[in-house]
Design a protein around this ligand. Structure first.
Ligand code: ZN
Length: 313
């Protein structure tokens, strides 16, 4: 295959048991090679003759250049098909036969059986609320203790917000995802690992998307609720990459919108990835946009995100 900066990663990691450990999968890197001349990446290209006024370096989408708007559209359509074929990630993680949190806490000796019964009783009586919240309100547990219990339940680390830089982390993903999925990118370690903090459950779909976009390995973990919401507030107050969010009727319309954006903005690198029900296009518009860690942007300058959602029929 020619110059495929971003080949498709096996979805085994997404569907397999150990979906939250990225350690077993190689993270792909977004290609920032500045090639003087490129050949068309479209598999259905009938080209040969390239319009003399067309730039031969851009736009680049997932490591490939298209010789015409039609060829760019073909590249985009293939990416949309690839992403829509993936498990949405919504179902993963919700019913995975995890040991209930209350039993985890009991087994660890962090609560007594009467305490658990009291919390369950209160939850049943109110008909709502998470058991962790009831353990705090009924039994006086601290948020940190509940987070520790959740980390045992999810077999993941407890992360701290130490070293969190709102300015840097606001560049990782559109704020829409931070708001909606109750998670916060926390920090980059060693320029190759990104820590993603979640409140009460891990999020494989977001973790995978961030890996694809950042070229960094993502380590997910839980952060106690007060610390996480503090970090989230700071992140949301910081300036993020400019983005637009749009609902489109179908995948064809989305592919046309993505193509139009690529043709108009002429990025030197771009990538499309699905995040639950959303499709996220990120464009690096100039060569100075890439920062020191993976393909995370250096600043908001010359970066653009587009987020699409499909209309529900
Ligand atoms: Zn072509």
């Amino acid at each position: 295959m020619p110059d495929l900066g971003l080949s498709r990663r096996s979805t085994d990691g997404l569907l397999g048991r150990d979906i939250y450990s990225s350690a077993n999968g190689a993270v792909e890197r977004i290609s920032f090679e500045d090639k003087a001349r490129r050949s068309c990446g479209s598999l259905v290209c009938e080209g040969g003759w390239v319009r003399p006024w067309r730039n031969r370096r851009r736009p680049v989408f997932e490591g490939q250049w298209g010789c015409s708007g039609r060829c760019v559209l073909e590249l985009v359509r293939a990416a949309v098909r690839r992403e829509s074929g993936k498990a949405s990630g919504q179902e993963s993680g919700t019913h995975r036969h995890r040991v209930p949190l209350g039993l985890v806490m009991l087994a660890q000796g962090w609560i007594t059986n009467p305490q658990l019964q009291a919390a369950l009783q209160a939850q049943r009586a109110s008909g709502s609320g998470r058991i962790g919240d009831w353990l705090m309100s009924e039994c006086g547990l601290e948020p940190e203790q509940v987070t520790r219990g959740l980390s045992v339940q999810w077999s993941c680390p407890v992360l701290s917000v130490e070293g969190f830089s709102a300015r840097d982390m606001a560049l990782v993903m559109p704020r829409q995802f931070v708001e909606e999925f109750r998670l916060v990118p926390l920090r980059v370690a060693g320029q190759r690992m990104l820590y993603l903090g979640c409140e009460d459950r891990l999020n494989a779909s977001v973790a995978y998307a961030v890996e694809q976009m950042s070229g960094l390995k993502v380590e997910s973990g839980l952060v106690d609720a007060p610390s996480l919401s503090g970090a989230r507030d700071k992140l949301l107050a910081a300036e993020g990459v400019e983005y637009t969010s749009e609902v489109v009727p179908d995948e064809d319309t989305m592919a046309a919108r993505v193509t139009a954006a690529l043709e108009q903005r002429q990025p030197i690198a771009a990538r499309l990835v699905r995040v639950h029900q959303y499709y996220w296009l990120r464009m690096w518009l100039e060569s100075g946009t890439k920062g020191s860690a993976g393909s995370l942007p250096r600043s908001t300058e010359d970066m653009q995100d587009l987020v699409f959602a499909l209309e529900r029929s």
